[in-house]
Design a protein around this ligand. Structure first.
Ligand code: FES
Length: 576
């Protein structure tokens, strides 16, 4: 393909006042005239932060990208983005995903970049990068930081989050001492990288790869493996070609690419969060992606990957088994092979030679772990616009269940009463948590896997049906109905549930029903009033005014669709 004109020439290529200013100020950083000779300018969008431990090594990854850019004849310029640290950020990183996406989009568009390498890792940082890049539509490659090495205590392997929840349940049940619990703490997270189960970070890294926005193999290489840096260097080299070819995200993020990503998500037992993020990214790319599409593909895509929380292995094992290319090769008969990817080849070409080195970690298509995908979409009078359940991490005996609701009006109410010995609850009860959705919490935190009451834990109960408008950590497990839409805070049917109501979960038929007469629900609706908003000003106010519901990806209403605004053609100096 012939070289396309480079955006950066509008800043650096002119021999006038603007060109003088643009070059002169950048020369203050010590760059020579050679950097302004017409070579592609590559941004390295870095979500590095010591507050985001999963991304704390991304400065080193950026150095490898720069090496690649320079060796391929480009001019790399690294810039920071907001970083979203899943563990420390309150009330939830999801409140800020759209803010980070806006940051990424506007920086790409406003600066003289011909291409961008997006460095991400922790859960929301990858979808935010993809959303921003899709909207800016400048050539882009995602490089994620890679998963941590496996956790290990003695001979016991430990998965991020997944084993944290299990150990905490053991501690609450009195089967684990405080000293033992603390010892596990130091054994679980022992290297750079993001959570090393198939949580949201691993899932979204896989989604970037399946969408065609990352180089083959990106998702699973451990952060501590030298091949992570090799991949980063190769991304730096490849983005130069993409800039010259004009290979923009809009050519890659097609309906076929989203189908491929959904198939991959179902096969890996990916995080439920992938659904909300894929819908949001599709919205930026102008691709319509209703929840029904996830269920259609879930029913027709087997679960192949045996990694926690759906299976027994960890991301390191997944990498050694062949990583996502091996999964995609198994899935090839179900995929759109011709979907274009960032390396200029099709998905089918990329994975045709992929080896599956361990058929217990990555099952062949004919010997799946389960015949259907990991995640299902539910509908019914309790969730008219849909809800999500990860069946691969649920208890099979609860997938068809009727029980009486035990209702918590919000998260504080849950924590105040869940371990109250007088709470009228047994293992058949359905725990219902309200006001933890996009507007309710606010920000739709990962509070959906509500704790099992300690009294029941001590009696040996390991799982119960739980329903909310929240999300759930990708590392969590249990029979947990999430993303109920519309949410309780805007008056969705979830707001009307009362203690003792009968609820029916029927996963095989994808139904979630509140078995209360319509007249009674109408009476309750007439008496329902919303709570005052959480924020009167600032970003929180913007969020509440514009966030969409879960089934729409919880993006802002004004950010969907394409806005081909390009500042490189605007005249006038951009300096003071
Ligand atoms: Fe960052 Fe899990 S806390 S990926």
């Amino acid at each position: 393909m012939a070289d396309v004109p480079l955006r950066s020439r509008n800043w650096f290529g002119k021999k006038d006042l603007d060109g003088f200013a643009h070059r002169s100020w950048v020369k203050a950083e010590g760059f020579s005239e050679a950097m302004f000779d017409g070579r592609p300018v590559i941004g390295i969008a870095n979500s590095w932060s010591e507050l985001t431990s999963c991304n704390a090594h991304l400065r080193q990854v950026a150095e490898a990208v720069k090496r690649g850019v320079l060796s391929a004849g480009g001019f790399p310029l690294e810039f920071p983005t907001i970083s979203l640290g899943e563990v420390l950020m309150k009330p939830t990183t999801m409140l800020f995903r759209n803010l980070m996406a806006m940051d990424v989009e506007e920086c790409i568009r406003a600066y003289p970049l011909d291409g961008v390498v997006l460095l991400s890792g922790c859960d929301k940082t990858t979808p935010a990068m993809l959303m921003g890049a899709a909207s800016a539509d400048v050539p882009a490659i995602v490089v994620t930081g890679g998963p941590m090495l496996r956790g290990i205590r003695g001979q016991e392997e430990l998965g991020s989050g997944t084993d944290t929840w299990r150990l905490w349940a053991e501690r609450r049940a009195g089967r684990l001492s405080e000293e033992e619990f603390c010892e596990y703490e130091a054994c679980m997270s022992r290297s750079a990288g993001h959570c090393m189960v198939m949580g949201t970070a691993s899932t979204m890294a896989a989604m970037a790869e399946a969408l065609g926005m990352a180089l083959p193999g990106n998702a699973a290489i451990p952060a501590a493996d030298a091949r992570r840096m090799v991949l980063a260097e190769l991304a730096g080299r490849r983005i130069i070609e993409m800039a010259r070819e004009g290979l923009r995200p809009s050519r890659i993020l097609t309906a076929a690419a989203f189908d491929n990503a959904i198939r991959a998500d179902m096969a890996i037992g990916g995080s439920t969060n992938a659904i909300i993020h894929l819908v949001a990214i599709a919205g930026r790319a102008g691709v319509t992606l209703p929840l029904t599409r996830f269920d259609e593909l879930s029913r027709a895509t087997p679960l192949l990957v045996n990694v926690k929380p759906s299976g027994k292995y960890l991301m390191e094992d997944f990498f050694y088994a062949g990583g996502l290319p091996a999964v995609l090769r198994e899935l090839l008969p179900l995929l759109h092979r011709d979907a274009l990817t960032v390396n200029g080849k099709t998905l089918g070409e990329n994975v045709a030679g992929a080896e599956n080195w361990n058929r217990d970690v990555i099952r062949p298509l004919g010997m799946p772990l389960a015949p259907e995908g990991g995640t299902v979409i539910l509908t019914g009078n309790l969730c008219p616009d849909g809800a999500v359940l990860k069946q691969s991490a649920a208890s099979s005996h609860l997938l068809t269940h009727r029980g009486r609701a035990v209702v918590f009006e919000d998260h504080d109410d849950l924590h105040a009463r869940i371990d109250d010995p007088s709470l009228p609850v047994d293992e058949t009860s359905v725990l219902v948590l309200k006001r933890v959705g996009p507007k309710g919490a606010p920000g739709m935190p990962e509070w959906g896997a509500a704790p099992i009451p300690a009294r029941l834990l001590k009696a040996g109960v390991k799982d119960m049906v739980r329903i909310s408008d929240a999300r759930m950590s990708g590392t969590s497990y249990g029979t947990v109905v999430l993303h109920v839409s519309p949410e309780a805070a805007v008056g969705g049917p979830l707001a009307l549930v009362q203690d003792g109501d009968e609820i029916e979960l029927d996963v095989p038929n994808r139904r979630l029903s509140l078995r209360v007469p319509d007249e009674e629900l109408a009476r309750r609706r007439a008496a329902w009033t919303p709570r005052p908003p959480h924020y009167e000003r600032g970003y929180g106010r913007l969020f509440l005014d514009h966030v969409l519901q879960a089934h729409e990806g919880a993006d802002f209403d004004f950010l969907r669709g394409k806005t081909p605004v390009r500042f490189e053609d605007s005249a006038g100096p951009s300096h003071a």
